[in-house]
Design a protein around this ligand. Structure first.
Ligand SMILES: Nc1ncnc2c1ncn2[C@@H]1O[C@H](COP(=O)(O)OP(=O)(O)OP(=O)(O)O)[C@@H](O)[C@H]1O
Ligand SMILES: [Mg+2]
Length: 245
């Protein structure tokens, strides 16, 4: 059992309803510092909603999310979203701004860097995701995979403690998926704490320290990838895996 000091993200008995729709019904999830947790499960099981409670895009009705042992409820939401970066399926880049501006905007607004420093940090971060040459392009001039790497660079530039990925490769053409997954695997190997909602079972098996299976608003089963993929206990998880593998 991990001690509270070594756990970076601790989701505790989180409940959330939209009207009469009980979307999260007591979710528990621990992600140790530096670990990668992959969240898998059927559509509508609450995976995206769970991620959104971690950076307070949405407030749980009950339960809590702790970052380094402290409730996120005590945090200013803007400050929290700097510490918890999020990458979405649909990139969410500003189409009218260059790649460079997309990254410097967050640096100036959130980290309050001056123009020169923001540009320097943004260029360095774009270099790290292999897109230094695209700094002056508009998002529409990039492939989906390149746009997603910009979105990842933008989140990383804020120096988050935790990164959340919500089906970051689902909108990409198959040949572009690999590059983005490789970048995410690198980030995981470098010790970033990550929660990754994904349908990429190969990625979950290779990269995750923990795989959590969500079904109807709860984590039904969680464990090391080898155990989850080879000897899942819960029939519902076995059925899910037989459909996706
Ligand atoms: N803002 C919202 N208002 C009302 N209902 C919502 C809202 N967001 C999500 N829901 C509902 O919550 C449930 C869970 O949605 P969620 O997006 O978390 O599922 P998911 O596991 O991410 O599914 P998918 O794999 O399709 O992305 C669904 O029934 C959805 O319709
Ligand atoms: Mg989702």
């Amino acid at each position: 059992m991990a001690t509270s000091e070594s756990v970076s993200v601790r989701v505790r008995d989180v409940h959330l309803s939209f009207g009469s729709n009980r979307v999260l019904r007591g979710v528990d999830l621990d992600v140790p510092r530096g670990a990668t947790a992959c969240v898998i499960g059927p559509s509508g099981s609450g995976k995206s909603t769970l991620l959104r409670t971690v950076n307070r895009l949405i407030e749980p009705d009950r339960g809590d999310v702790l970052l380094d042992g402290r409730s996120v409820r005590g945090d200013d939401p803007d400050a929290l979203r700097q510490r918890v970066g999020m990458v979405f399926q649909q990139f969410n880049l500003f189409p009218h701004l260059s790649v460079l501006r997309n990254v410097t905007l967050a640096l100036r607004r959130v980290r309050r860097l001056g123009e020169d420093e923001a540009v320097a940090v943004a260029r360095a971060q774009l270099e790290l995701v292999g897109l230094a040459a695209k700094a002056d392009a508009r998002p529409a001039q990039l492939s989906g995979g390149q746009q997603q790497r910009v979105a990842i660079a933008r989140a990383l530039a804020l120096q988050p403690q935790v990164m959340l990925f919500d089906e970051a490769t689902s909108a990409l053409d198959p040949e572009l998926v690999k590059g983005v997954l490789a970048l995410m695997a690198d980030l995981s190997a470098q010790g970033m704490t990550m929660i990754v909602v994904t349908h990429e079972m190969g990625f979950a098996r290779e990269v995750a320290d923990t795989v959590a299976f969500m079904d109807r608003g709860v984590v039904l089963e969680a464990g090391e990838p080898a155990r989850i993929f080879e000897s899942a206990e819960h029939p519902r998880l076995r059925r899910f895996l037989s459909q996706v593998l």
